[in-house]
Design a protein around this ligand. Structure first.
Ligand SMILES: Nc1nc2c(ncn2[C@@H]2O[C@H](COP(=O)(O)OP(=O)(O)OP(=O)(O)O)[C@@H](O)[C@H]2O)c(=O)[nH]1
Ligand SMILES: [Mg+2]
Length: 414
């Protein structure tokens, strides 16, 4: 077990936020297999250019580390390669930052070829320069927390090989992205409504897809359990079939390189008809989590879509919290409270999903003369049929259609 100390700095007046962020960092460390020995904070409006924290605090950190045999110190803010080197020289134990830790967890959890390439690419761009900066014997690195490579392989760091490995992986990723685009294009062609489950990490996104479709995705009380998107068909009771995609979760201060490397995965949220934003309502910081999610969706360009806010884990909420949630109006979306674990709120969830599947659609009558059978079949593929009646004139169909289908069959409109 790696023994760590967590360090955070905060500008004047932001101590509480800093402590909350450190609590989350502790969960990240735990997910990566480290135990947190203690936390240290310092009020500093501007980080020290050389060592992030001030020199007095650094001495204090050194003493604590040496007295307690600390293996790794994790900083909650981003550190430059030079800062890492300077701090390590002073305190004589490994130093990593929050981004390196997150990348480490991603490396541990990546399973698909695409996921592994995405993680390694982000690590080579972010972590590797920071490890090289340490100026240690590189062959000895690559075992501890913050320095693990995707899957079984260890992150190899060698300045000479870095550039060529990056360009190799970029080509590799380009090929894999083409695959993803082909899959996406075939989904686009189907007329089924497409929803993407988004939200903060550990909110219960995978559990929700499992509940709806028996997808069998690994859902656990760990951050970033899911990295690879999974899409499943879900048949609503009314007969509408929809496609639901579960994706990687979000977190505050998500490393920039990770967002960039995971762009094609994250873009699942862009190529859907509506979003299902799952929120852990039992978490005291759920409103903050919603803001983080919103801002990442913003940066991906996915904010123009209808959205369903799903407050999950209601079973763990106090009655007061449950009461408050009833009055949350969702800003730009619909709201439903559920407990995936207890099955609470399922019927309401289904009603909301049905409404969203019909978002932007209208109910129309079409009359198809018996000579236009092939057109009638085409309508069946592109609409949700409510009723069909055979009259003297032809087949009278009543259906939910979107504007595209309405245009396609406009000459049969009644
Ligand atoms: N009490 C309670 N726990 C839940 C509920 N829904 C999910 N969980 C638990 O929350 C944890 C996280 O669930 P996941 O489905 O893995 O969450 P996720 O959003 O997919 O998380 P990542 O993929 O790691 O981002 C698991 O331990 C679930 O068992 C719920 O309604 N109530
Ligand atoms: Mg998940």
């Amino acid at each position: 077990m790696t023994k760590t100390i967590l360090v955070g700095i905060f500008p004047q007046g932001a101590e509480e936020e800093c402590l909350r962020s450190l609590t989350e960092l502790e969960r990240l460390a735990d997910t990566a297999g480290a135990v947190t020995f203690g936390k240290m904070t310092q009020m500093k409006n501007v980080p020290d250019a050389a060592t992030c924290i001030g020199s007095g605090k650094l001495m204090e950190l050194k003493e604590v580390c040496q007295a307690n045999e600390i293996d790794t110190v994790i900083f909650d803010c981003e550190l430059t390669p030079a800062q890492i080197k300077n701090i390590e020289n002073e305190i004589e134990c490994d130093v990593i930052d929050r981004s390196m830790l997150i990348l480490d967890i991603f490396a541990l959890h990546a399973t698909s070829a695409e996921g592994k390439v995405q993680v390694e690419l982000a690590q080579l761009k972010y972590t590797a320069p920071r490890l090289i900066g340490k100026g240690k014997d590189m062959s000895r690195l690559g075992g501890g927390i913050g320095t693990r490579g995707p899957g079984e392989s260890k992150l190899e760091i060698d300045r000479r090989r870095l550039a060529s490995r990056i360009s190799f992986l970029q080509n590799e990723l380009y090929e894999l992205e083409k695959n993803r685009q082909t899959m996406r294009a075939s989904r686009e062609r189907s007329s089924m409504p497409k929803a993407c489950i988004v939200g903060y990490t550990n909110a219960g996104k995978s559990s929700l897809l499992n509940l709806l479709t028996d997808a069998g995705i690994l859902a656990q009380d760990k951050l970033f359990a899911t990295l690879d998107p999974t899409t499943r068909k879900f048949d609503l009771p009314s007969g509408i079939s929809m496609l639901v995609t579960d994706t990687v979760g979000f977190i505050r201060k998500l490393p920039h390189h990770l967002v960039h490397a995971f762009k094609s995965t994250l873009e699942e949220a862009v190529y859907c008809d509506f979003l299902i934003n799952v929120i852990d309502a039992s978490d005291d910081e759920c409103m903050e989590h919603m803001m983080v999610t919103e801002s990442i969706l913003n940066s991906l360009g996915a904010t123009d879509k209808p959205i369903l806010y799903v407050f999950n884990k209601i079973d763990k909420c106090t009655p007061e919290r449950q009461y408050d949630l009833r009055f949350y109006n969702g800003g730009r979306g619909r709201v439903v409270s559920i407990s995936v674990k207890e099955g609470y709120g399922y019927d309401e969830l289904i009603l909301q999903l049905e409404a969203l599947c019909r978002y932007g659609k209208t109910r129309e009558y079409f009359m198809f003369p018996y000579s236009e059978q092939s057109q009638l079949n085409a309508l069946y593929r592109n609409a949700e049929i409510i009723s069909t009646e055979y009259t003297d004139e032809g087949t009278l169909v009543y259906a939910w259609v979107d504007s595209k289908a309405k245009g396609m069959f406009s000459k049969f409109l009644r």
